[in-house]
Every structure is written in C-alpha cells, then in structure tokens.
Design a protein around this ligand. Structure first.
Ligand code: ZN
Length: 506
C-alpha cells in the first residue's frame, strides 16, 4: 500500500468514527431534551454499543500500521499540511487509547458512573463522607491512567493532555500565580467600592416565551444559523455539534430572572459558531474538529462576556429589550441595566461567579487537584483544605460542603485536568478579542455592535480560529491569531478598563 493510499484509508476510517460519534451525540442530545424517562434503559444500551464500536475502530491495530506508513513518508514533511496535522492528532488519540489497558478503561467507566450517583446524593445531603470512598477510587484510577499513558514531570500532565494537548503543569502554575497576584487586589478594590449595581432589576417578571424570542434574535445577530441548528430547553445547558449542518444548543428559563437563560444562550451560541464554521470537508478527522477545550471555551466566553456584557452591545439591544419587557424595564436606564449585568461580588459557587472572580474559583480547584493526584492532599482532608483556600482567596467562610468541595460534578466523572480549560478559555477570549479589535479597528468594532452588526467579528474568528480545526495546537493557534503567546495581560487589561470606570475605582 502506498503512503497516499494509507492516508486515504486512515481518513476513511476516521470519518467513519466521526459518523458513529455523531450518532451518539444525537442520542445524547435527545436524552437531555425530549426522551421520556422510561427510555433511559434502552438509551444506555444504545450509547454503550456505539461507544464500543467507536472504541474498536479507534484502537484497531490496522490504524497503527496505517499511521506508521503515513508518518514514514513525504506526506508529513510539511508539519502543518493536512496529512501531517491529521496524522499527528490521530497518533495522539491512538497511542492514548492503545496504552490504556481494557481493564482500566472498564473500571474507570464503572467507578465514575457510580461516583457520579454518589456525588449527587452527597451534594444533596451535604454528606462528604459518603462520597469520600468514591473520590478516593477515582483519584487512584486517574493516577493509574496517568502512569499507563506516560508523562514527564507531573502525572497531571498526562491528564490535561486529554483536554488541552501540549499544555503543562509548569505553564499553568505560572499562569495562575500571575493571574491570582493581580486579580486579588483588583477584586478587593471593586468589592470595597460604595458603588453597587441594583441587581433586583434583573429579577422581575420576564415571560419565558418572550425571553426565547429575544435570545434567538441575539443568537441570529451573532451569526447562529437556525437552518443548521436548534435551540431547545434542558436542565443543564450545553452545545452539541453533531457535524456539518446540525448543531444544537440548549438553555433553561427562569420567568423571574432574565440573565440565566439569556447569557447562557449567548455562551452556547459562541460554542455553536465554532462548530458551525469548522471545515465541513474535514468532518470526522482532526482537521474538522475543535482545537481544544480551552479554545472552545474561548469562543463561548468571548460572545457571552466580551461582546454580550459590553456597553456597545446593549446600546443596540437595550431599547429592544425594554420594548419586549415593558413592565420590568420601563423605569430602568441603560446605565443601570448595563451595571446590573456586570455585578462583581465574592461568592461561593463557581457557576454563579462573575468574570472578575471566576478564575479564582478555578485556581483553587487546580491547586487542590494537583495535590490530590500526587497524594500530597488526602481525599479525607479535602473539605478542610477547600475551606481554607476559599477563605484565603475569596475571604469567605464555607458553610457546608454542598457549597464547598461538593459543588462541581467534574471530579466524580474523572474530569481531573478539566478545570484549567475554563480559565484558559477566559484568557484566550480576551487575547483574541484584543487582536480582533486591533485588526478591525476598535472604533469600528464598537460602532458595528451599536448597530447590531456582528458579522465582521464572526468572520475574523472564523478566519483565525474556526476554519483551522486541529491544524495547530492551541498555543500555536493563539500565536498565529494574535501575534503573541498566551498571556494573562489582555484579560487583566480588559477587566481594569471595564470595571474601574463602572465601580469608580483605580
Ligand atoms: Zn462553555
């Protein structure tokens, strides 16, 4: 078989796995939106069969032979060519899957399924001791996984590779240290300010049907293609890109609160714009897939926060919002509304945190999961360590574990290494937005937004980020898109420029 034939066969097999995975995605979406509860048993069997088929195809030794044939050929001479990029990423997936013993994969699936149930009950009942043995098992298995995959330096490097290939503990430690050093005093200044927004204006009667129409209009303005996507209702909002022509987003509505659904829709729209603008011809191969979790999250945060909580955006949308919700907003000024959606306050819950305090929640999780993995922190000591870090970083007392170390699902499903991608997303979002402003002209970008025109920004993101799929690793993609390696600087400048005038500080 010639290398060209080997590559064609590799792509054919990869696309087949892509189609299988997209079938699972359709079933997963249905499960969280419309499936009747009695369908859960059959759905479990359907999902397990699809996962097993995909796993067989990914780990088929023939894939290793095909990869070897391509890697030893001229096809990969240019490291950023289609073949080289696809071979590089398929090799990463293949090696990782091949190195994991079947018994470990099965044990992880079994334990994390039960651990999630135990976590749910423990969180509901504020009962860490019942979750403790499950978390101990998960941590031990993830440590075993890191050993099986192999790593240099910290075992966490093997785990984060699943979410953010190429990123290391050393880089992240430096990033979080720099970020925390500057965030803590800035947040203190903001929260010490006597100027406070009136948040109550966001919690009036906001009829759900009108919320839906309004959120859909904003999604369309950003560029979401409703002929290739849908917006539905679910308990836990998400975006699922099935593949070319079909991307689903979801949200949940609260008739007494405007921001929950609205900013959730903007967030998921950001994810969806990435999915809808990946190169369709590469669907099923790495070139047709998102670069990393951090880059994916950068797209959602950019549209939700950088655009959607900005004054130019509301200059366009607020008059329309007041027309849509006259009872709630008749007496509310644009200034008061904009201030309310940019409320900064120290809080215990990550998912409720504003963009200034959010990364401190991630910094503490990153620090604790590093220590758990190496055994420097024992699972039994987690609640005390958590509470101590919350006091040090946020100055708050944690009243119970439900609002402390039990609040997030991630560790129960084995997602050690996942949290930092949220912060990476925030940082990439700021850096990309700063670069887009520079390229498109800062005044032009704001003038566009005031007219409800977001196409130039979307096109810029498609050109710099979306269309490349996994051709470049996240760090390289950032350098190419923005001219600089990832830095917390643009994010910190953005926070200062936005919040200092709002709160009358600095
Ligand atoms: Zn997201």
């Amino acid at each position: 078989m010639t290398p060209t034939d080997a590559y064609a066969e590799l792509v054919r097999r990869s696309k087949e796995v892509g189609v299988l995975n997209s079938c699972a995605a359709v079933l997963g979406w249905d499960q969280q939106t419309y499936m009747p509860t009695s369908g859960a048993g059959l759905r479990g069997e359907q999902m397990a069969l699809l996962a097993a088929l995909a796993h067989q195809k990914v780990t088929d030794p023939k894939v290793g032979d095909l990869l070897a044939a391509v890697e030893g050929s001229d096809l990969v001479r240019e490291p950023e060519s289609d073949a080289a990029a696809n071979a590089r990423e398929l090799r990463r997936t293949y090696d990782r899957a091949a190195k994991l013993p079947q018994a470990l994969v099965e044990e992880l699936a079994r334990v994390t399924t039960q651990a999630q149930q135990a976590w749910q009950a423990a969180k509901a009942g504020n009962d860490f001791p019942t979750f403790r043995p499950w978390l101990e098992k998960v941590v031990a298995l993830k440590y075993e996984e890191a050993g099986a995959v192999g790593f240099t330096g910290h075992p966490y490097n093997a785990l984060i590779d699943e979410y953010e290939p190429g990123t290391t503990v050393a880089e992240l430690k430096e990033l979080f240290a720099g970020l925390t050093r500057e965030l803590v005093p800035l947040i203190r200044k903001i929260t010490d300010s006597p100027k406070r927004p009136d948040r109550s204006i966001l919690h009036h009667d906001y009829p759900v049907d009108r919320q839906k129409v309004f959120a859909e209009a904003a999604a369309v303005a950003f560029g979401f293609d409703f002929t290739a996507g849908r917006l539905d209702t679910t308990a836990h909002p998400f975006c699922s890109g099935f593949g070319p022509g079909d991307c689903r987003i979801t949200t949940r509505y609260n008739a007494r609160s405007f921001p929950d659904a609205f900013f959730g829709v903007l967030h998921e729209t950001g994810h969806a714009l990435y999915e809808q603008n990946l190169p369709a011809e590469h669907f099923g191969t790495p070139l047709g897939a998102a670069c990393s979790f951090g880059i994916h999250e950068s797209q959602s945060r950019l549209w939700e926060n950088q655009v959607g909580r900005g004054r130019p955006f509301w200059d366009h949308f607020f008059p329309r919002l007041r027309q849509t919700f006259p009872t709630a907003l008749a007496k509310v000024s644009p200034d008061a509304f904009h201030f309310a959606v940019n409320d900064v306050r120290l809080s215990l819950i990550r998912v409720e945190a504003d963009e200034a305090t959010y990364n401190l929640h991630i910094a503490l999780r990153f620090e604790l999961e590093l220590a758990l993995l190496t055994g420097d922190l024992l699972v039994g000591d987690l609640p005390a360590a958590w509470n101590e870090r919350v006091k040090a970083l946020l100055g708050l007392d944690v009243p119970d574990d439900t609002r402390g170390c039990l609040q997030d699902i991630h560790w129960s499903f084995g997602g050690i290494g996942y949290f930092p991608t949220y912060t990476l997303g925030n940082l990439y979002a700021s850096q990309l937005m700063a670069a887009a402003r520079k390229d498109l002209g800062p005044a032009a970008v704001d003038a566009d937004f005031r007219r409800g025109e977001f196409q130039p920004l979307k096109s810029w993101l498609t050109d710099r980020v979306h269309r490349h799929g996994q051709r470049y690793r996240a760090g390289d993609l950032c350098r190419r898109a923005t001219g600089e390696p990832l830095s917390p600087r643009p994010f910190l400048s953005y926070l200062n420029e936005k919040y200092c005038p709002l709160y009358g500080v600095c």
